[in-house]
Ligand binder design. Sequence first.
Ligand SMILES: [Ca+2]
Length: 496
Amino acid sequence: MKFTSTVATKFRYGTFLTIPSPPLEERARARRPFVSKFLCHSTSEFRSGWLAGMALTSLLLDTFTSVGAHATKPNVLFILADDFRPDCIAATGNAHIKTPNLDRLTERGLAFTHTYTMGSMVPAVCTPSRTMILTGRSLFHAPGQDYALWPKAMAAGGYETFHLGKKGNSFVPGMEAFQTCLYTTDMGADEHHETASQKTADRLIEFLQTRKTEKPFFIYYAPQVPHDPRIAPKEFMDVYEPDKIPLPARFQPMHPFDNGEMTVRDEMLAPHPRAPEIIHRHLADYYACITCFDYHIGRIIQALKDLDQLDNTIVIFTGDNGLSLGDHGLMGKQNLYEMGGMHVPLVIAGPGIRHGKTGAFVYLYDLFPTVCDLTRTAIPLQVEGKSQMPVIRGNAPKVRSYMFNQYKDVQRSIRDNRWKLIRYPQINLTQLFDLQADPNELNNLSDRPNHSRKVNELMALLKRAQNEFDDPCPLTSATPREPAWSPEKTQKTDSR
Ligand SMILES: [Ca+2]
């Protein structure tokens, strides 16, 4: 049997309908003023000095000469999981999942607990996420007419660049800008999803063992795991007994209203209302795929150790987007809850990285300039992300004061360290959560009179964020849709 997504889903969970992801819609184009692609920011140390003129040129030359053909620049291994929830590394507080290798990485690195992909204007959240990562640009500017590419910037900084990952729902110009670009389809890892972690890790280890150059490497490793179909080899599937994995505190059989994306492909991976036994099964399968991926990440890290390269390698682990898996009655990534579509894990470990945990807000598109700073590589001017170097160095608690997220024209959210507002513009519905008292986002306070000032304050901040990021979405509808929703309503809609 060929394990396409649809077949595999039916195979494991019954005979309900799955719908393929729709094709990518064209995103809003950049409105950023033209910037010459030949102009670059200098690194943070030299950013002002570069513009100051020739006086520092000799200093720059001395600096780069001193690293001797970049010999002292660290390698970079960037691992991008596909659909990875932020609560699925054991070391960050999940007692039910087994991730020994990611735990070790977390224990020697810096964990960013508030990392997000900015948003998406299409159901395939992966696509804009990866476009933002590879261009360092925000959602409504990515990629834009004039953009820089992360692999090109790293190559200009003296790196050998290597990509290995899925091709679908990604940003092809960004991937093909790597000096070596391999796709999972090239190694049969798409047709046989259960072996994707092993086959891609094998190929990556082969690259590490056979490379000849003295240059440091920049590896972008992005296999399609733990994305559905969630199948791992039997020894990993056997690790988990579905009944022993508790339902999350956020579990609900049904989402309480129509969030604007109730019947997208991912939401149809389980029937409505959500049955606890099916959610248990989904969680067990998801955990098995993660444990398998973790095992092969461990092999890659061991290969680095064997090659005497680990101490000189910055390892970054993150994911392109989150996943609901039963939380709030949702299954997919097309929502803005904390355990939903946009929130992802992030761990950075390696030379110069302090150990610890930070709640500083990070967008995934901040990683491009952050890694440039960590590797003394010039940041192209088109990059909009903010380097997290001040947080990594411990010089500042944060470089962003709020987190703003979007999903199509149906959801917007804004949050600070305590409060979060989600606005559903097409039904004129607002949720307000006190994340300190209610981290699971179960108690909507927006209609409480004593919180009206907070709602107004966050709505004003949301509008300011929209202006800052060129988000044109209206926040109110003159002709709102009916917020009530039921599976029966969907069936009627589908049958038309
Ligand atoms: Ca994804």
